[in-house]
Design a protein around this ligand. Structure first.
Ligand SMILES: *[C@@H]1O[C@H](CO)[C@@H](O)[C@H](O)[C@H]1NC(C)=O
Ligand SMILES: *[C@@H]1O[C@H](CO)[C@@H](O)[C@H](O)[C@H]1NC(C)=O
Length: 364
């Protein structure tokens, strides 16, 4: 089943959310927001090329296929582990290893491998391109939900909390509750179009259009603008000097775990242009810094009664996340990286690194 969040479908969306298993990735809205931000940053020739690959029902847009991989997860069970990564001995917030101690599960069968695999699939022109594209759009989204990068408490699914007094779990808070709250509280002026045909034509009349306008105006063209080149960089093993955007260079990591030890090295998922491991590493660190409230580290927490579960819709938790624009940054990063990967895979320019199209008809 495929769904979109058109204006008239609020009721069915609510029903759907109630029915969805809590292990789902970013809610459908999160995935569609990432896909729409990507759509905004495609080169026109790439958007046209994608049109030929996408199913007709998607009307040349990435968002309608963005939640597909969750919808088929039960039918294609083999794909389930590809939505997340479980770094071994990773237990935010006590310690925060990301792959230094290896990975749970079959080698390569995690989200980092999935991003690499699906992009290679497309680059090599293998059969099944439409499916690979739909997976790629989804997995780049999941990569930017930090709870998909840790195995602690099943990515927070087992951590009972409250949000706006309702019983929920930590994973769901990050999948959808924080996004839903932003949609409810967004400033009215974003219901008006932005003065850019390129941006507006990527919007589809959904309930989250105002949120995308805000992320574009205040984020991508505002406080994130200077960060974007670093979002697109990979610590290349080929180029020197290595890019300084990340404190931990992948070479260093590999060198510190020589293959003679019993430890698995970091997954060989990165190349000089598409580097899911290097992108994921600082996102995973958010689990240790801000995502797990200290109360959940108390051994007695699991024995609490429902009325004692901690509330996360507070100035100290959701308030700080909003103030720091953390969800907006994650959604923007996901969209920018997805656009850049697609511009590379479907563009005909010789690759001088990943890039996005920022030509917004003079709006900046
Ligand atoms: C993707 O993964 C599948 C299953 O592990 C493997 O057979 C295939 O060769 C991989 N393809 C690419 C292009 O990496
Ligand atoms: C909308 O309102 C917010 C809050 O007042 C403001 O920061 C922002 O710049 C406005 N956006 C536009 C596009 O005018």
């Amino acid at each position: 089943m495929m769904w979109t969040l058109n204006k008239g479908h609020l009721v069915s969306l609510a029903a759907l959310c109630a029915a969805l298993p809590t292990t789902l990735a970013w809610g459908a809205a999160g995935h569609e927001i990432v896909a729409t931000i990507a759509q905004i940053h495609l080169d026109p020739s790439v958007a046209a090329a994608l049109c030929e690959v996408l199913p007709e029902s998607a009307k040349c847009h990435l968002a309608p296929v963005a939640a597909w991989a969750d919808n088929i997860r039960m039918r294609m069970r083999w794909s389930a582990p590809l939505h997340f990564a479980n770094p071994t001995e990773d237990h935010p917030s006590q310690h925060c290893e990301f792959g230094g101690k290896g990975w749970a599960g079959k080698p390569g069968m995690h989200i980092l491998g999935a991003v690499q695999n699906t992009s290679m699939w497309i680059r090599n022109g293998l059969e099944g391109e439409e499916e690979a594209l739909k997976f790629l759009v989804h997995f780049v989204g999941d990569l930017h939900q930090p709870l998909h990068l840790t195995g602690r408490d099943r990515g927070g699914n087992s951590d009972k909390v409250r949000f706006d007094r309702r019983l929920t779990n930590l994973h769901t808070v990050w999948d959808s509750k924080l996004i839903a709250k932003s949609l409810r509280t967004i400033s009215r002026n974003y219901t008006h179009p932005l003065p850019s045909q390129k941006i507006e034509s990527a919007l589809r009349g959904t309930i989250y259009d105002p949120y995308i306008r805000q992320i574009m105006h205040e984020g991508i063209l505002g406080r994130f603008k200077s960060e974007i080149p670093a979002w697109l960089a990979c610590p290349s093993e080929l180029s020197s000097p290595p890019h300084r955007a990340y404190p931990l260079q992948i070479q260093t990591l590999r060198e510190s775990f020589p293959s003679t030890t019993s430890l698995q090295p970091s997954p060989p998922t990165d190349d000089s242009l598409i580097c899911p491991f290097s992108w994921a590493e600082p996102l995973h660190a958010l689990n240790c810094d801000i995502i797990w409230p200290a109360e959940l580290d108390e051994p007695s927490y699991a024995g609490r009664q429902p009325h004692e579960y901690i509330e996360l819709d507070t100035p100290q938790y959701s308030g700080v996340i909003k103030e720091q624009f953390i969800i907006e940054r994650l959604l923007a990063m996901g969209g920018i990286r997805l656009a850049a990967i697609l511009n590379y895979l479907y563009g005909n320019e010789d690759g001088n690194g990943l890039r996005v199209n920022m030509d917004f008809d003079g709006f900046h």
